[in-house]
Design a binder for this molecule. Sequence first.
Ligand code: PLP
Length: 464
Amino acid sequence: MHASARTSALWHPCTQMYQHDANPVPRITRAKGAYLYLDNGQPVLDGISSWWVNLHGHSHPAINAAITDQLQQFEQVILAGFTHSPIEQLAAKLVDATPAPLTRCFFADSGSAAVEVALKMSLQFWHQTTEQQSGKPERNTFISLENGYHGETLGSLSVTDIPLFSSQYRPLLIQHLRAPTPDLSLKEHDQSDEDFLLQRFVQLKILVEENQQRICAIIVEPLVQGAAGMKMYPPVYLSWLRQLCDEYQIHLILDEIAVGFGRTGTLFAHEQAGICPDFLCLSKGLTAGYLPMSCVMTTDEVYQVFYSPDVAKGFLHSHSFTGNPLAARAALASLAIFEQENTLQKNQQHIQQFKHKLAELGKHPNVANCRQTGMIAAFDLVQPDGLSYPATQQRARLMAQYALQHGLLIRPIGNHVYFIPPYCITADEINQMFEITIHAINWAISQPVATGTHHMLHSGLNLP
Ligand SMILES: *Cc1c(COP(=O)(O)O)cnc(C)c1O
């Protein structure tokens, strides 16, 4: 029924393969709407949109048709020195969908690559502005947030603060500056949200003041720090961040790779703060989760600094599959669905339902820190009897196993359990998702877990 990892030539991503000896890898044979189907025919509700990428459901007829149509014409063509309608249309659509100052789209092939592009562009911008020719110290540093995640290539990993992913590679990583996270769940009980955020922000401001002359940009995940376990903060922090960047003349890079395309309730998270970044990184939902593609959007001000008779002043960065027409057609079809199906408005009902369901779930003694930003809902699995973190994260793993057996895909990070379903999910399916989750909690809590923390730390970590 299940293929054992031992008999496969595959080395799975973000996986300790050892764990698959005890838990064989489920095999997917088809997917439709909000469901994946296992090789035994069992439907599994995709509670995490297949690693946060799928938007409108699997095998969506309109997206399938767009890709099929493009295949009849051509599948891939070099984008350096050539152009084609799908990618030009997509760039125009993205410019229409974002604040007016964002006028240019640079395409890459993954989220990590988009972050690399934004970092490189920002650095090169500062090097090519006259400011740098007037004897000022060189700008070569970025500020990122504690618990931030921006990808796993070496440049993007340098601004990622998930030690599990980065500590092994420290010799190859560049030291940047790190500011405290505005994650609201760290707030003291007697503290107001505003006080907490301000306290965190002031520390960032001091960091900027002390290093102003060598900072290129601040990079953050707006509203939700995904890979850290869906840690959330309100839009006001982003407004302060924009003001700070303006005041000190540094770039603001918003990594909307996970939260873009409706996840936070609005098409883009920055809309909720009424701000515009200097660089906007998009991927994951860009193609509705169909094909790998990413895009960095930026301003004319940035573009003009690269525009020159001098070849070396251009942005000489490329990926073989940059601007792939199949991916562009999927992205265009996805944006058309947002318009035709009124997706963002329809999601408001899901968002309300999530709110009610989370409030109910929050009464469970093993549930804490219920939080929600639009279509992203999360809670922490806790042990009110005081059992420590290793036990709760191990039980969160057990929860995921139980949920899968009962037809729901979740993938807790540590003891943080979250839902990011495709937007085509129905009210009944949302109810079902929470029902299976409650059963999974009750079952997991009743299970004995190993007490040796050493063993658990090495075999039981719940990866994003
Ligand atoms: C997934 C993700 C990335 C990296 O994207 P890949 O396509 O996996 O390289 C970067 N930033 C954020 C916020 C992400 O969620």
